[in-house]
Ligand binder design. Sequence first.
Ligand SMILES: *Cc1c(COP(=O)(O)O)cnc(C)c1O
Length: 385
Amino acid sequence: MHRHVSFIELSKSAVKTNFNFIRKKVGPDRKISAVVKANAYGHGIEAYIPIAEECGINHFAVSSCYEAEEVKSVCKPNTDIMIMGIFYRHDLPWILKNGIEIYVFNYDRLAVILEFVKEHGVPARIHIEVETGTNRTGLMADEIKKSIDFIKKHPDSFVLKGVCSHLGGAESFSNRFRLDRQIAEFDRIKSIFLKEKLVPEHFHLACSAAALAYPETLHDMVRIGVTQYGYWPSPEIYYHHLQTTGKRKDSPLKRVITWKTNIMELKTVKKGEFIGYGTAYQAFKDMKIAVLPLGYGNGYSRSLSNKGFVLISGRKAPIVGLVNMNLFMVDVTHLKDIKTNDEVVLIGKQKNNKITVSSFSNSSQQINNEMLARLPAAIPRIISK
Ligand SMILES: *Cc1c(COP(=O)(O)O)cnc(C)c1O
């Protein structure tokens, strides 16, 4: 097999640590749906799903039929998959045949689904998504009663797996007034379903931040995204955790990803010379630089030009000049005994130093999620213990 110019290592023990922590926070009886949209937040669906399954996860949430199919191709036969986003008419036969769970986010979808259920003779496993104030997707208040009636009228056609909603910004306490209204609205809608005796398998509302900071949002199931990969949804949620534990420092979450490459070439540059394209960097002394075999074409952000760092021999090496499409250079004048092919860490730990996704993304003005989600699917994922 031909080699890629970089690779991503996934730490199995980190995933285990993270799920143990989440499990402790949400209690032993609540279902955890692992959100693996955007290629498992860049970790790689194919490699990640079996690791999560080893941690006892048997429910995965994605945002498209395409992603559902990716999960299906690597998961265990009895693992459940839930599409939280759009699906198209022509996807429905596959969805029904494979027992994929789907969000019903408006009343009209019910009739469309029913049409296919009749044709294929298998019931649809649905989650009724209700609007509580995020104003994104979900049944409006006036569609709830008629949806309940519709489902009740066709009891053999629908399996009500869930009733759910999504909060608009649970990672920031400044949204508290809005969340309180949403939490109350969800409770109100929940009581309608209970009163109508249309009881889903799970009521679910919480994402990572809500699951960690708002116990009243836990209901029967939580949809955990970013936390399973070892990231706090926000600094606020981390400080909230510290407050509840009374500790001044705690690191119950472990980063799962390390992104690595190797030194392609080492060379010396004379004082006054420019490095790479244009005049972006001029050597202010005689320098030694390392050339790395990747660039923005491989997902390494161009906005880190002249700003970012990598790790070599456990020490920081600053980027000099522009990140090119398939190469960039770092200053290694201060590093002795390094040679071509030496390991370079782009994100993650090396010896006692680390490059965090957030440091990476603060300097490139992205949030963790965006940086992770942009990691190209083509980078090979390797599982480490
Ligand atoms: C992405 C997503 C989640 C997971 O969010 P995290 O903050 O990463 O835990 C949960 N629910 C829905 C509907 C989502 O789109």
